[in-house]
Design a protein around this ligand. Sequence first.
Ligand code: MLT
Length: 274
Amino acid sequence: MEIVDSTLTINNHQVNYSEAGSHSSIAVIFIHGFPFSKEMWRNQMEALEHDFRVIAYDVRGHGRSSSGDDTFSLELFATDLVGLMNALGIEKAILSGLSMGGYIALRTIELHASRFIGLVLCDTQCVADSPESREKRIKAIASIKANGVALYAKASITNLFTEESFRNKDEIITKILNTIEQTSSETLCRTLLALSNRKETCTELHAINIPTLVIVGREDKITPITVAQQLHERIKNSTFVIIDQAGHLSNLENPVQFNSNLKLFLSQFLPDIA
Ligand code: MLT
């Protein structure tokens, strides 16, 4: 099967998305972290395309999606996601979001619960920014405006991966560095502001009653194990998995362990052919 890239106009902006698998299969929609692109999910799309309709899209301003004029917010990103589902004729889907992708998934499920049948939360959290985190984002915006994107990209990469990945996974690191560098300063600043203003979703986790998988890299410095554990404890019947030899981008750093857990979780949605 082939992964095909297309563009649709949703809420006054161009959404670029990749798609593979049969339209009659259950849809799994992947949402990338900040400031990355849908390309980060390619390996998972390839692993699942035979059994699922797999879709990964670029969040506003990221990758090959345009940014539009609306003020960025998690609520706008949630509206975009549901708009994409409507345009693709997807009534119900399984969502898989990493970090910012997880924030978007949680906000969308809170607002449109009936549209989702399963949830995968990777290296993410439910809390809002602390005053210190907000301050850091405001400083990052000032620094991007003053010094450009390259310096920001170089600084932000340091927290993303394990020491081992920095030694042995040059290709992945270079790819992510390039993705950040190719993101416009305007998108970086607008998204940083949106992330700093996001509301917490912790108090709504009790309402999630669809099968949920919580995944975290053992060495995730940005959203560590303790933070992922909170999601697991608050979402009833959720499954919790720690990925070895992985930091914040667990699907990229250890795709073998990540994919086997993802496939095992998703197998409950497949028709029983026994
Ligand atoms: C991400 O990977 O999406 C970011 O670390 C999220 C954030 O900055 O809060």
